[in-house]
Design a protein. Structure first.
Length: 109
């Protein structure tokens, strides 16, 4: 019994990688369906049920991070590097811009 279990364990291997697997393309293209007619099930040419999502847009690593503040202000965070004789220092800078005074009324044109 133990020998049979060991043989079965040795035979079963990991699944083949997706590249090595052969996919069966749809043999018959899907015909056009008339509304209210029969239901026709068609195969997909690939083995994925859902398509891949597009790559997310990546921000440049050295681009400053900008954000809005309540009241119409704006903030900015960016990195700086300064060099002194014998040492190099790096840090982060936060800049805030607030509007002062009353805003100008919109003039109708």
């Amino acid at each position: 019994m133990l020998a049979m279990l060991l043989i079965l364990q040795g035979v079963a291997g990991p699944p083949a990688p997706r590249i090595a697997r052969k996919t069966q393309p749809a043999t018959v293209p899907c015909p056009e369906i008339v509304p209210g007619d029969e239901i026709i099930v068609c195969g997909r040419p690939d083995d994925q049920r859902l398509g891949r999502l597009p790559e997310p847009q990546r921000r440049a690593p050295d681009a400053p991070l900008t954000f809005r503040l309540p009241g119409g202000g704006q903030g900015n965070v960016h990195a700086v590097q300064s060099t002194l004789p014998g040492a190099t220092g790096s840090g982060a800078v936060v800049s805030l811009r607030f509007p002062f005074g009353r805003s100008k009324p919109a003039t109708p044109e």
